[in-house]
Write a protein that binds this ligand. Structure first.
Ligand code: ZN
Length: 224
């Protein structure tokens, strides 16, 4: 096994924490991010690029899967669907995680890399997102073993962490939280209402922390 690792990076709290963790472990980091037509893509890529600079990522691969967003059906991509908490089954993007991980697996074969990390966490809407469970990863690993020339392993190192525990780890690893972005609706400021904003807000509140993304908004708004 060599020192290379591929991580899926969205610029959210979870994948940014995984990035910081593998940086501490002194891995040779290759990051993959996917434009699947998500509403917050501009903000995601802005943060992903910044994080890659900070964490000395060897290569950032940006994959175009905008065809997925064009199919619609998810509030994360489809502008005709509003995302409200009571409407949260619409947060699922059909087969997205397998599509993203397929790109990672192909890249791992080419890079001669044995290990792929994702940012999936415990209870990450498991009842809605079937592609985000321990069972899913077990089965995917079986497929990868059967279908590739290499012995590639996909792991979700935060799969037993809830959002509060992820934030605790992020703080202990000095993750630059101002360069992480969770809101799935807006590009300019967090909406504070989508499932992702609420989840993040709850974690910050539980740890009595201030989310720098809201501070940035305030600074922008009042010109401070
Ligand atoms: Zn939001």
């Amino acid at each position: 096994m060599n020192n290379k690792i591929i991580i899926t990076l969205s610029g959210g709290l979870d994948s940014s924490t995984v990035l910081a963790k593998v940086f501490e472990e002194k891995k040779d980091i290759y990051a993959l991010t996917v434009n699947y037509g998500q509403k917050n893509w501009n903000k995601e890529i802005e943060n992903v690029q910044k994080l890659c600079e900070i964490y000395n990522v060897k290569e950032l691969k940006i994959i175009d899967c905008t065809w997925l967003g064009k199919m619609g059906g998810s509030a994360v991509t489809d502008s005709s669907i509003n995302l409200e908490v009571k409407n949260d089954d619409k947060i699922y993007v059909p087969f997205r995680n397998t599509i993203i991980l397929s790109a990672c697996i192909a890249w791992a074969e080419i890079l001669n890399c044995d290990l792929i990390y994702t940012g999936s966490i415990n209870g990450d809407a498991e009842d809605i997102c079937y592609d985000n469970t321990k069972k899913y990863y077990q089965i995917l690993n079986m497929l990868v073993k059967e279908a590739t020339r290499k012995n590639i392993k996909i792991e979700a190192p935060l799969i037993n962490f809830d959002k509060k525990e992820v934030l605790e780890l992020a703080i202990s690893l000095n993750v630059p939280l101002e360069y992480t972005w969770s809101c799935v609706i807006n590009n300019d400021y967090p909406c504070g209402k989508c499932f992702s904003c609420l989840d993040r807000k709850m974690a910050f509140n539980m740890l009595n922390q201030t989310d720098p993304n809201y501070t940035k908004v305030k600074e922008k708004k009042y010109g401070k």
